[in-house]
Design a protein around this ligand. Structure first.
Ligand code: ZN
Length: 197
C-alpha cells in the first residue's frame, strides 16, 4: 500500500514514505519530527440472520454498490466488540434486533487491506424495515437471493458457504482468503438490475 497521508496530523509538515529505524517496511513518517503513522487493515462486521429458513438481506442505498443486495454489515468502531458491531449494523441497516449465534466467516481481503467477519444470528423480536443506508430489506430463501446482484464478493462467499453448511447439517467457521478478481469468477454484475444501459 502506498502513502496514505500527505501532511502530518500532529504538526502539519509534509509526510514521507520510508522505513523507520528498527522497522522492516515502509511507513508514513513526518518529515519534520519523524513521527510514524501506521496503516493497518480495517475490519468489516456483519450478520447472516436467519428466520424460517430465510436470510435477512438489504439493498444498499449508498455507494459503493448502491442498488446491490448485501448482508447487513459495516466497519467495526473503536471500543466495540466484533459481535456488538454485527448487532449494531443489523439494527442500523435493517432495523432488526438480533442475537449472535456464533462466528461464521472470517474473510481476509488482503489486496484491499480489509477483514470481513460475519456472524450467524437470529431475531429477538419481530419487525424489520429499511434503515437510512438501505432502500429495501427482505428475508430471502436461497433461491430468491439475486446472486449476480450481490454487492461484494465477501457476501457471495459467506452466503454460499452458509447454505452449503446448512445442507450438510453443521455450521463451520470459515477462515478464508479472497483473491483479487473474485468478482469475475463469482459472476457479480457491474451494473445494478434495471439500470439504464
Ligand atoms: Zn509531524
Amino acid at each position: 500500500m502506498s502513502q496514505t497521508m500527505k501532511y502530518c496530523p500532529s504538526c502539519g509538515a509534509d509526510m514521507e514514505r520510508r522505513i523507520p529505524p528498527g522497522d522492516n517496511r515502509e511507513r508514513d513518517v513526518c518529515s519534520r519530527d519523524g513521527e510514524v503513522f501506521y496503516s493497518n487493515p480495517r475490519v468489516v462486521v456483519g450478520t447472516v440472520t436467519e428466520q424460517d429458513g430465510r436470510i435477512l438481506m438489504c439493498k444498499r442505498a449508498i455507494e459503493p454498490r448502491k442498488h446491490f443486495w448485501t448482508l447487513p454489515a459495516g466497519f467495526l468502531e473503536l471500543r466495540e466488540t466484533a459481535a456488538d458491531a454485527g448487532i449494531r449494523e443489523t439494527l442500523e441497516e435493517a432495523c432488526a434486533a438480533v442475537e449472535i449465534d456464533g462466528l461464521f466467516s472470517f474473510v481476509n481481503v488482503t489486496h484491499i487491506g480489509q477483514i470481513h467477519m460475519f456472524y450467524r444470528a437470529h431475531m429477538t423480536e419481530p419487525g424489520f424495515e429499511a434503515g437510512p443506508e438501505s432502500l429495501e430489506v427482505r428475508f430471502m430463501t436461497e433461491d430468491e437471493i439475486p446472486w449476480s446482484q450481490l454487492a461484494f464478493p465477501t457476501v457471495f462467499l459467506t452466503l454460499s458457504r452458509y447454505f452449503e453448511d446448512r445442507r450438510n447439517g453443521q455450521f463451520q467457521v470459515h477462515d478464508v482468503g479472497l483473491e483479487k478478481g473474485s468478482w469475475k469468477s463469482m459472476g457479480l454484475d457491474m451494473e445494478p438490475a434495471g439500470s439504464p444501459v
